[in-house]
Design a protein around this ligand. Structure first.
Ligand code: GDP
Length: 365
């Protein structure tokens, strides 16, 4: 399954945030296949539609879908030169599918900042530069080989040479690979290099507890937003310290606390949703009398593959997917009414599953 790795300089609030993640934790019994690793935090994906479906169907059980964050140990300067922790850090980043980059935007004189004072964009660049240097090494090595083949007028090598040159120029100008516009064809080549800076990034701005209601007054946050926009990345704002408190509450208590704070959605819930989205994940539902359940699939998946998320037998023996969109189902008021209105489609194996589809799979055993 896909995972987002949490990175950031020391003392920016990573552990505090990761603790909030594990504290809020998913009910492990529901996810028997999930990794048991202290560095992996499993969270339930918040989705208001699940409650609405539960109210409609009245099942015995309701199970949200879950998703994993990986806590990557703090970076040390000089990582690309392979000093101690550095190499390990890079190899961990290589293994995750997306990056949640925690940036300190709060000021607190009691908490030392690694470089003396808080300058969030400098902090971001410190880490990004390490990743850029590592990628530059990868690209340069490959370029040396491809150059030789390109000289022989090998067509494929010439095309690859162009892609590599584009990458090299950008990386040398301190730009991450994700900021470059590649054609679909070029992208296929780029993907073979497993670059670190091609992975999508979400910047998680950690602001002070007194700033949650009006984070935009924070100058560091403003600068982070401008920086992120340039490379086409998103930013969310959290206060890790408060998130750790929220994570200990549930249901009504949580609602009340959020209301007190004057915010609609916890930072953690925003983080989960934004990460899910960044990974290209979406949700479909199954809704029977026994169980109403949300399932995660990768956008673009066809019906049999999505069935395989539930069980490999469902994929192997796939026949049809009786499908209704969440909106159509809600508008109809019940599954029977949706059928009467002709809103329940019988989809075949070429059907591309959509976020919010409520599906009953028909399969051979
Ligand atoms: P890490 O090194 O990035 O894992 O950082 P930690 O999570 O250990 O946090 C470093 C220090 O900053 C701890 O003393 C935290 O309590 C504190 N801290 C984290 N988030 C916040 C915050 O939002 N506000 C304030 N004031 N302190 C925070």
């Amino acid at each position: 399954s896909l995972t987002a790795g949490i990175v950031g300089l020391p003392n920016v609030g990573k552990s505090t945030l990761f603790n909030a993640i594990t504290q809020a934790g998913a009910e492990a019994a529901n996810y028997p296949f999930a990794t048991i690793d202290p560095n992996v935090g499993i969270v339930e994906v918040p989705d208001h539609r699940l409650q609405k479906l539960t109210d409609m169907v009245n099942p015995k059980k309701t199970i949200p879908t879950a998703f994993e964050f990986t806590d990557i140990a703090g970076i040390v300067k000089g990582a690309s030169k392979g000093e101690g922790l550095g190499n390990q850090f890079l190899s961990h980043i290589r293994q995750v599918d997306a990056i949640c980059h925690v940036v300190r935007c709060f000021s607190d004189d009691n908490i030392t900042h690694v470089s003396g004072q808080v300058n969030s964009v400098d902090d971001i660049e410190t880490i990004n530069l390490e990743l850029i240097l590592a990628d530059l090494e990868t690209v340069t090595k490959r370029l040396t080989r491809v150059e030789k083949m390109a000289r022989q007028k090998d067509k494929q090598a010439l095309a690859e040479y162009d892609v590599l040159t584009k990458l090299k120029e950008a990386l040398e100008a301190d730009k991450p690979a994700r900021a470059i516009d590649f054609s679909e064809e070029e992208m296929k080549t780029v993907q073979q290099y497993h670059l670190l800076t091609i992975k999508p990034v979400l910047y998680v701005a950690n602001v002070g507890e007194d700033e949650i209601q009006n984070p935009d007054a924070n100058e560091n946050l403003k600068a982070v937003k401008e920086y992120a926009e340039k490379e086409g990345s998103n930013v969310i704002t959290v206060c890790a310290k408060v998130e750790a408190e929220i994570a200990e509450l549930d249901g009504e208590e949580k609602e009340m606390f959020l209301e007190e704070l004057g915010i609609e959605e916890s930072g953690l819930d925003q983080l989960i949703k934004a990460s899910y989205d960044m990974l290209g994940l979406a949700t479909f539902f199954t809704a029977g009398e026994q169980e109403v359940r949300a399932w995660t699939f990768k956008k673009g998946m066809k019906a049999p593959q999505a069935a395989g998320v539930i069980h490999s037998d469902f994929e192997r023996g796939f026949i049809r997917a009786e499908t209704v969109s969440y909106d159509d189902l809600m508008e109809a008021g019940s599954m029977a009414a949706a059928k009467e209105r002709g809103k329940v489609r019988s989809e075949g194996k070429e059907y591309v599953v959509q976020d919010g589809d409520v599906i009953l799979f028909r399969f051979n055993v």
